[in-house]
Design a binder for this molecule. Structure first.
Ligand SMILES: *[C@@H]1O[C@H](CO)[C@@H](O)[C@H](O)[C@H]1NC(C)=O
Ligand SMILES: *[C@@H]1O[C@H](CO)[C@@H](O)[C@H](O)[C@H]1NC(C)=O
Ligand SMILES: *[C@@H]1O[C@H](CO)[C@@H](O)[C@H](O)[C@H]1NC(C)=O
Length: 542
C-alpha cells in the first residue's frame, strides 16, 4: 500500500515536472516576424518554400532550447516587380518583420534592397545571383548564394581551351541576364575572344518568337557571322523554350557548340521533361559543384514534402534557402532580437529599430557554419565561390568533363593532377549532332593542282577513295606555325575536289568564292601567301 502510494506520488511529480518543462520554454519563446517573398507559382519558388519550412522544422527540433522562434510571413510576388516591392513595404510597415528572405529574382531585388536599406531591415536573397547586385555596395543586402561572376571566368576558360575566337551570347532581357553581360564581355576580352553579335530575347516571348529569333540568327550565320559557338544565359522557363526552338531550327546539329550558365544548368539535373533534354544534347554547362550530401538531403526533403516534391525538383537554390533559414535563426538568437523593442517603435524612437536592424545584420554577417550546401560563410556579404563543375549533356545524363577553380583554372580531375597544364584540360565531350568532332574549327580550303606538288599535294588513298591526304611545303609550314601559336587552333583541311570525279572542283576564283559562302576561312596557294596571312592575322612574330 505504502509502495503504491510512493510510486503514485513519484509518477505524479514526474508528470508535473514534465508539464513544467514543456510549459516553461513554450512561454519563454519569443516569436520574431520574418518576411518571405517568393514567386510561389514558379518551380524554384515553390521548391524553395518547402525547403524553408523544412529548415524551420529541423532547426528548432535540434535547438529546442532557443529563446527565439522565426515566425515566417510568406508573400507571393507572382513574378511581378511591383507586387514584390509592395509586399516588402507591407511586411516592414504592417507586419514589422525584422528581416526579409527573398526576393527570388534579381529584378525584384533592386527595389527591395532599397526599401530594406531605408528601413534598416536586412534583405537576404538566396537566388538573386546577378553580379550587378553587390552586397558591398548595398548595405543591408546579403546574398546567401554565389554570384554569377566566377562562372563567367570558368566559361571563358572553356572557350579558351577549345580555341574559339568568337562567341555569340544569347540572353533574355532581364536584370538577371543583363547584369552578367559586362562581366562576360570583360572575361572574353581577357582571352581575346570577340563577340561579333548578340541575341537578346524578350523574357515573355513565346516559343514561336524565340524560334523566329534563332532563324534570323541562323540566316546571319551564313552571311556575316562565322562563329557557331553560343553562350546561353537564361532562366529555366525561357531556356527550355530556346533549346526546343534551336532544335527545330537545326542548330543542335554538328558544327554548333552551346554553353549554358548556371541559370539553366543548376536546374538541369532534375529536368524530367525528356523533350527538353532531347533538344539539349551535346550542350556544355557550368555550375557550382553539387555538395556531397545532396542525394541524402533530397531523400529527406522528398519525405518531408510528400506529393509536392514531384512538381518542383530540388536544386541548389533549395539548399541555399534551407541554410539561409538556419543562418538567420542563429543570428536572431545571438543578436538577442526581441519583439517588444519593435512593437513600441514609433516615430520618435526609430533609434531602437535601427539598432535592432544593424545588430541583426552584423550577426548574420558573422555567421559561419557547415551547412547542407557546403561551408556557409557570409563574412563577405555573400557566399564565397566554391569549385565549379563543367558538364556535357549526353542522353539523359550529365557527364562531368572537368572542374574549375579560381587558383587552378580548368582541370580534368577534382584532385590536383600533374598534367593540369597539358593540352587537354577537359575530358572529351559529345557535341551536338552526336559527334566527337570539335565544332567551329578553322576550315582551310586546299586547292587541288597539277604541278608544283612540292608546295601542295592532294592525293587520294587508292585503297579507300574517301581518305584524302594533303602534304607539301605549304602544309608543313602551316603545321609548324600552329605548333608555336600561343593558343590552340583547331583546324581541318578541306580539299577543293570534286568527290565523284576526283578532279579539281573549280578554279582558284571558285575557291575564293567559298569564303563568302562560309565554306572555308583560309586557303592555300603558296607558302608565301600563308606566311603573309599568318603574320597579318595574328600578332605572333616569327
Ligand atoms: C511614442 O512615443 C511617444 C514619446 O516618447 C509616447 O508618448 C507615445 O506613447 C509612444 N507611442 C507608442 C504607441 O508607444
Ligand atoms: C570566411 O570568409 C572570410 C572572407 O573570405 C575568410 O577570411 C575566412 O577565413 C572564412 N572563414 C573560414 C572558416 O574559412
Ligand atoms: C563533279 O563533276 C561532275 C562531272 O563534271 C559534275 O556533274 C558535278 O556537278 C561535279 N560535282 C560537284 C560537287 O561539283
Amino acid at each position: 500500500m505504502e509502495n503504491l502510494q510512493k510510486s503514485f506520488q513519484s509518477s505524479f511529480s514526474a508528470i508535473f515536472l514534465i508539464l513544467l518543462c514543456l510549459w516553461r520554454p513554450l512561454k519563454a519563446k519569443e516569436l520574431i516576424p520574418i518576411g518571405v517573398i517568393l514567386d510561389l507559382n514558379s518551380q524554384i519558388g515553390s521548391m524553395a518554400n518547402s525547403c524553408i519550412s523544412m529548415a524551420l522544422h529541423d532547426f528548432y527540433q535540434k535547438n529546442s532550447d532557443y529563446k527565439t522562434r522565426l515566425d515566417l510571413r510568406t508573400r507571393n510576388s507572382n513574378d511581378d516587380i511591383i507586387k514584390a516591392a509592395s509586399a516588402a513595404f507591407d511586411l516592414i510597415k504592417n507586419e514589422k518583420v525584422h528581416a526579409i528572405i527573398g526576393p527570388q529574382r534579381s529584378g525584384e531585388a533592386r527595389f527591395i534592397i532599397e526599401i530594406g536599406r531605408k528601413a534598416k531591415v536586412p534583405i537576404i536573397s538566396f537566388s538573386a545571383t546577378s553580379p550587378s547586385l553587390s552586397p558591398t555596395l548595398n548595405y543591408f543586402f546579403i546574398r546567401t548564394a554565389q554570384d554569377d561572376c566566377s562562372q563567367v571566368k570558368a566559361i571563358a576558360s572553356v572557350i579558351e581551351a577549345y580555341g574559339w575566337r568568337e562567341v555569340i551570347p544569347i540572353y533574355e532581357d532581364t536584370e538577371y541576364s543583363n547584369g552578367l553581360m559586362p562581366y562576360l564581355n570583360e572575361a572574353l576580352e581577357e582571352i581575346d575572344t570577340r563577340v561579333p553579335h548578340r541575341v537578346v530575347i524578350d523574357p515573355h516571348s513565346s516559343e514561336t518568337e524565340s524560334f523566329y529569333e534563332l532563324n534570323k540568327l541562323k540566316n546571319e550565320l551564313g552571311k556575316t557571322l562565322r562563329t557557331r559557338t553560343f553562350v546561353v544565359h537564361m532562366t529555366r522557363e525561357q531556356g527550355s523554350k530556346l533549346f526546343s526552338s534551336a532544335d527545330k531550327a537545326q542548330m543542335m546539329s554538328e558544327g554548333y557548340a552551346w554553353i549554358v550558365t548556371e541559370g539553366l544548368s543548376a536546374v538541369l539535373r532534375p529536368v524530367k521533361n525528356p523533350i527538353v533534354l532531347d533538344s539539349m544534347q551535346g550542350v556544355l554547362g557550368v555550375r557550382p559543384m553539387v555538395p556531397q550530401g545532396f542525394e541524402k538531403f533530397k531523400r529527406r526533403w522528398k519525405a518531408f514534402t510528400g506529393q509536392e516534391s514531384t512538381k518542383s525538383p530540388l536544386t541548389l537554390f533549395g539548399l541555399w534557402a534551407y541554410d539561409t533559414v538556419w543562418a538567420l535563426a542563429m543570428a536572431v538568437e545571438k543578436a538577442g532580437i526581441t519583439n517588444s523593442a519593435f512593437q513600441n517603435q514609433n516615430a520618435t524612437n526609430t533609434i531602437s529599430w535601427y539598432d535592432s536592424g544593424s545588430r541583426l545584420l552584423n550577426q548574420i554577417l558573422s555567421t559561419e557554419f557547415q551547412g547542407i550546401s557546403g561551408y556557409f560563410n557570409l563574412s563577405e556579404g555573400q557566399l564565397v565561390p566554391s569549385k565549379l563543375e563543367i558538364f556535357n549533356l549526353v542522353g539523359h545524363r550529365e557527364r562531368i568533363i572537368g572542374y574549375w577553380n579560381k587558383d587552378r583554372g580548368l582541370s580534368r580531375d577534382l584532385v590536383a593532377d600533374k598534367k593540369s597544364f597539358s593540352e587537354r584540360k577537359l575530358k572529351q565531350p559529345i557535341w551536338p549532332g552526336d559527334t566527337t568532332e570539335q565544332p567551329t574549327k578553322l576550315r582551310i580550303g586546299v586547292p587541288v593542282k597539277t604541278g608544283f606538288n612540292e608546295f601542295m599535294k592532294v592525293e587520294r588513298q587508292s585503297s579507300n577513295n574517301d581518305i584524302v591526304k594533303t602534304s607539301g611545303f605549304a602544309i608543313d609550314v602551316f603545321l609548324e606555325v600552329v605548333k608555336v601559336l600561343p593558343f590552340p587552333l583547331p583546324y581541318e583541311f578541306i580539299p577543293f575536289i570534286n568527290e565523284s570525279t576526283g578532279e579539281p572542283a573549280g578554279k582558284s576564283d571558285d575557291l575564293v568564292m567559298q569564303i563568302t559562302k562560309d565554306k572555308a576561312r583560309l586557303y592555300f596557294f603558296f607558302s608565301i601567301f600563308i606566311l603573309l596571312v599568318f603574320s597579318l592575322s595574328t600578332s605572333f612574330t616569327f
